[in-house]
Design a protein around this ligand. Structure first.
Ligand code: NAP
Length: 276
């Protein structure tokens, strides 16, 4: 297993979270998906990123069962969807998700999007956190104003904010805000679904370090202290997306140059308007 897969960050409640994980959005095919998640776990990925809306908890459960790792060696993140919720529904969601995943605890549960009911869902997660069913709670897709509102109305500071973040969306101000509040940033679509390979500066760095452009994007985020969760169902990429990260470091100037790359591009929905 590449040593980099054992790299962890300590969250604001003392829980340790792996810095590199396996993303499972759209991993739903019974055969291909199961083989991919199982391969990722056997290769050494410890963090598995899923969500209620991905409809693959049972696949993750089967992959864990098939794999060479016990549940306690893994860190499972899931996310609560945001529409048609009230506290009782959120509590029932957690119990159902525990059953779907075949586990009696979740390592991290995030509110998937801030709107329409993000604060109420988070307040319910705060209650469930006290029961021990969840080791850590956090948010996803919260921008600065939305975090401010959440912090005003809740008592537990989120451990993580998982957001779209990549070379064309570096979110430097959000990172500064999160650092001030002890919230770790986690990046989704760090490799822009492979499109980072079209960016000339990333191609230049890839040639310099003898890796591919996705590896440059992942390394850039990791060196900024940001957790990454690339997704692949291609067995060779599941390995190379990690293995390539071991043998090079970007310089401070190169990290700044990627931060300044532009033009800003958002691949997913705008968190200030997305309502599910
Ligand atoms: N919180 C949120 O709202 C949110 C939103 C989106 C995603 N996420 C999480 O973040 C994870 C990552 O995001 P994502 O899956 O949308 O996108 P991604 O990781 O940026 O890209 C995945 C796509 O890139 C391809 N790929 C993987 N490695 C590659 C490589 N080395 N070269 C070229 N192409 C490569 C994959 O193809 P193959 O599978 O065919 O290899 C797949 O089509 C998700 O799986 C999910 O867990 C969270």
């Amino acid at each position: 297993m590449p040593a980099i897969l054992t790299k962890k960050i300590t969250l604001n409640n003392g829980v340790e979270m792996p810095m590199i994980g396996y993303g499972t959005y759209l991993v739903t095919d019974q055969a291909k998906g199961l083989a991919a998640i199982t391969h990722a776990i056997n290769y050494g990925y410890q963090l598995i990123d899923t969500a209620d809306i991905y409809h693959n908890h049972q696949l993750v459960r089967e992959a864990i069962k098939n794999s060479n790792q016990p549940r306690e060696n893994l860190f499972i993140t899931t996310k609560i969807w945001i529409t048609n919720k009230n506290p009782e529904i959120v509590k029932a969601d957690i119990d159902r998700i525990l059953a779907e995943l075949g586990t009696d605890y979740l390592d991290l549960v995030l509110v998937h999007w801030p709107l329409p009911d993000g604060v109420m869902i988070y307040q319910t997660l705060e209650e469930i956190y006290q029961t021990g069913k969840i080791r850590a709670i956090g948010v996803s897709n919260f921008m600065i104003d939305q975090l401010k509102t959440l912090l005003e109305q809740t008592t537990i500071v989120p451990v993580v904010n998982q957001v779209e973040l990549h070379p064309q969306l570096p979110l430097l101000e959000l990172q500064e805000f999160c650092q001030k509040h002890n919230i770790v940033l986690e990046s989704w679509q760090t490799i822009m679904k492979g499109k980072v390979s079209d960016l000339p500066y990333l191609q230049t760095l890839a040639a310099k370090y003898n890796v591919d452009a996705p590896a440059i994007a992942l390394k850039w985020a990791l060196q900024r202290g940001i957790i990454v969760i690339p997704k692949s169902e291609t067995l060779t990429r599941i390995e190379s997306n990690v293995q390539q990260l071991e043998n090079f470091e970007l310089s401070a100037e190169e990290i700044t140059a990627i931060n300044d790359l532009g033009p800003t591009l958002r691949l997913g929905p705008d968190p200030y308007h997305f309502v599910g």
